[in-house]
Design a protein. Structure first.
Length: 154
């Protein structure tokens, strides 16, 4: 069995790419130090965190896309998870204490076109490419996380 982990934690003062940090404090509204330019579609309690799969990023890179961890605005790049199992309603524990629940698949934002060859953001659209979308999550139990921390499917 592969152990899942937090590969990268990403924050920005708004916009993409989000940049890597070693650790973070997670509150009901997301990562301390992270901000959003458009709060009508980003952030808030039901979209406190955005997550994506390292394995999906590597597969997209292998197809020639210039995507990299944080470039599509995800707060957490996770490694070692069966991404097809990460669907709305699933709960995860991040590190020792933080618990989250996946709430939705976000629509790909036009601001992430530079992560895709030809600017084709539909690569991350759940309705066009099921299982290749990022996911949003709400925070059930706040706390601290760090790069390398364990991720457990609850």
């Amino acid at each position: 069995m592969t152990l899942a982990s937090i590969f990268q934690i990403n924050v920005s003062q708004g916009g993409v790419p989000k940049l890597a940090v070693r650790d973070g404090e997670v509150t009901e509204l997301g990562l301390v130090g992270d901000a959003h330019n458009n709060t009508k579609v980003h952030g808030g309690p039901l979209r406190a965190l955005c997550l994506y799969s390292l394995e999906r990023i590597l597969a997209l890179q292998a197809e020639g896309h210039p995507i990299f961890p944080g470039s599509t605005g995800e707060n957490l790049t996770l490694a070692g998870l069966d991404w097809d199992a990460i669907v709305p309603g699933v709960r995860l524990r991040l590190g020792d204490t933080v618990e989250i629940e996946v709430t939705k698949y976000p629509e790909p934002c036009p601001k992430i076109t530079t992560s895709f060859a030809g600017g084709d953001i539909s690569q991350m659209a759940q309705d066009k490419h099921p299982g290749w979308s990022r996911v949003c999550a709400r925070v059930l139990t706040p706390g601290s996380i760090r790069v390398g921390g364990k991720v457990k499917l609850l």
